[in-house]
Design a protein around this ligand. Structure first.
Ligand SMILES: [Zn+2]
Length: 265
């Protein structure tokens, strides 16, 4: 039987970071991520940041990472009319797509609030994934990417990142797990604890079995993996997407390219 338990490049696990609000302290945070080869997603409020007159140059700090939506004015989406939800999200998409020159399909819920109506509105707005603020303290992938629950806030990350590395990455029995840490860079300034995030990055960085990716990269890869089609006996597999997917069959790793059909033995 094939198991969807590998990430891009055949890596056994993935790590991502997700930061909200676009505080000026993001610049220092991105510098730390870049130093350790870590990828992150930054959820930014276009209306709020426009009032701060940030220069276009400021946003170049995010090069190599993902810019994503967080609601133009940071309104809690479960507490405003649905038409305003649409406006909050589409204003962000328009702003960040103009800046990046690419479709922007992610969001984190401002204040963590959402409900079924909000999720349906996001779908209509072309949002593919939305991060909640409910920590699982575990490393699973979501069933529903519009309720993507992170592993933990960074304040709990030092201990959880060590558990991830020592228990799950170190043991080859485990695969297909994601460490997903979220927070706000202004917390580090306010609490004067920049060494915390530096320690977490040092713990997880530069490991051959880890894919360091942004949220949308993980969404796109996992969605492609879940679209693999197999024959009734499980020995023929077809990849209808345009990107390579890695999986194991009888514990052996395989890559199947986009559009390819493999017969396994
Ligand atoms: Zn926020």
């Amino acid at each position: 039987m094939i198991k969807l338990n590998l990430f891009k490049g055949g890596k056994r696990h993935a790590v991502t970071f997700s930061y909200d609000d676009g505080a000026i302290f993001d610049e220092r945070l991105v510098g730390i991520f870049n130093k350790y080869g870590i990828k992150a997603t930054f959820h930014l409020n276009s209306g709020f940041l426009a009032k701060q007159n940030r220069s276009a140059d400021f946003f170049s700090i995010y090069d190599g990472h993902e810019i994503s939506c967080h609601g133009a004015e940071h309104a809690s989406l479960s507490k405003i009319p649905l038409s305003n939800v649409v406006n909050e999200v589409l204003r962000d998409r328009v702003a960040w797509e103009k800046l990046t020159g690419a479709p922007v399909r992610g969001l984190s819920y401002p204040d963590g609030g959402y409900n079924e109506d909000v999720k349906n509105a996001l779908k209509a707005c072309g949002i593919a994934y939305a991060r909640t603020a409910r920590s699982t303290e575990f490393f699973s992938l979501p069933k529903d990417f519009l309720e993507w629950q992170p592993t933990c806030h960074h304040r709990n990350a030092p201990e959880i990142a060590k558990r991830f590395m020592n228990q799950f990455v170190a043991d080859s029995y485990f695969s297909g797990l994601l460490l997903y840490i979220y927070g706000h860079s202004h917390d580090f300034d306010r609490e004067n604890n920049w060494e915390l995030i530096e320690d977490v990055c040092r713990t997880v960085a530069h490991h051959d079995d880890i894919w360091y990716a942004t949220s949308i990269e993980i969404y796109d890869y996992v969605t492609a993996a879940r679209r693999l089609v197999t024959s009734a006996d499980g020995k023929i597999v077809h990849n209808p997407s345009c990107m390579s997917v890695w999986f194991t069959y009888d514990e052996k790793p395989y890559e199947i390219k986009g559009g390819e059909t493999l017969t396994l033995s």
